[in-house]
Design a protein around this ligand. Structure first.
Ligand SMILES: [Fe+2]
Ligand SMILES: [Fe+2]
Length: 185
C-alpha cells in the first residue's frame, strides 16, 4: 500500500462532500427549504471520514513522522498550518450542528445564515487545506522521508485501514456520500 496515494484518493472523496455542501447551499439561497437531516448526514461524513478516518491517519501517523524527523520547517508547517486548520474545521462543524438544532426547533433567518456560513466556510477551508496537502505537504513528505520511514508509515496506515474496515467505517461513510452526491450533484 502507498499511504500517500491512499490519502490523496481520500481527498477526492472529501472534495465530493465539498461540492454537495456548495450545491445544497445554493439551493437554499434559491429558495429551497433547509433539509436538516441532509446537513446532519454531511456532518456525519465530515466527522467520521474526513476527520476521524482521514485526519486521524495524518495526525497519528504521517504528520507525527514529519514533525519528528524533518526539522523546524516541518514542525511549523504541520503544527501551525495543518493542525490548526483541522481544529478550525471541527469548530465550524460544531457551530453548524448547533445552528441546525436551533433552526429545527424554531426556524429563523439568523440560524439559516449560520448554517450557510459555517457549512460554506468548512467547504472553503477543506478545499484550500487539501490543495496545500496535495501540492506541498505530501510532496514534502514523499521526497524528504527515507524509504524505510515511508515503508513503516505504509504498514501503520495499512493496520489503521484494516481496523477501520472491520468496523465498517469506510463502507458506511462512502455509502452516505453516494446518497448525498446522487441527491445534490
Ligand atoms: Fe489535513
Ligand atoms: Fe488531508
Amino acid at each position: 500500500m502507498n499511504s500517500i496515494e491512499l490519502m490523496v484518493q481520500e481527498h477526492k472523496n472529501i472534495l465530493a462532500l465539498v461540492a454537495v455542501i456548495r450545491n445544497a447551499g445554493c439551493r437554499i439561497l434559491e429558495g429551497a427549504p433547509i433539509e436538516v437531516n441532509d446537513f446532519r448526514d454531511m456532518i456525519t461524513f465530515a466527522r467520521t471520514y474526513a476527520d476521524q478516518h482521514h485526519h486521524g491517519k495524518e495526525e497519528r501517523i504521517l504528520f507525527r513522522e514529519m514533525t519528528g524527523r524533518l526539522g523546524p520547517a516541518a514542525v511549523k508547517l504541520i503544527q501551525h498550518g495543518m493542525l490548526v486548520e483541522h481544529d478550525m474545521g471541527r469548530f465550524h462543524l460544531g457551530e453548524l450542528e448547533v445552528a441546525l438544532e436551533r433552526y429545527e426547533s424554531a426556524p429563523n433567518t439568523l440560524d439559516k445564515l449560520e448554517i450557510l456560513v459555517n457549512a460554506g466556510v468548512w467547504a472553503n477551508l477543506l478545499q484550500r487545506h487539501i490543495d496545500k496537502e496535495d501540492n506541498v505537504v505530501y510532496t514534502f513528505a514523499g521526497r524528504s522521508l527515507t524509504d524505510d520511514v515511508l515503508q513503516s508509515i505504509n504498514s501503520e496506515v495499512e493496520l489503521f485501514e484494516n481496523q477501520a474496515e472491520e468496523k465498517g467505517v469506510q463502507e458506511t461513510a462512502l455509502n452516505l456520500l453516494k446518497h448525498l452526491t446522487e441527491k445534490y450533484c
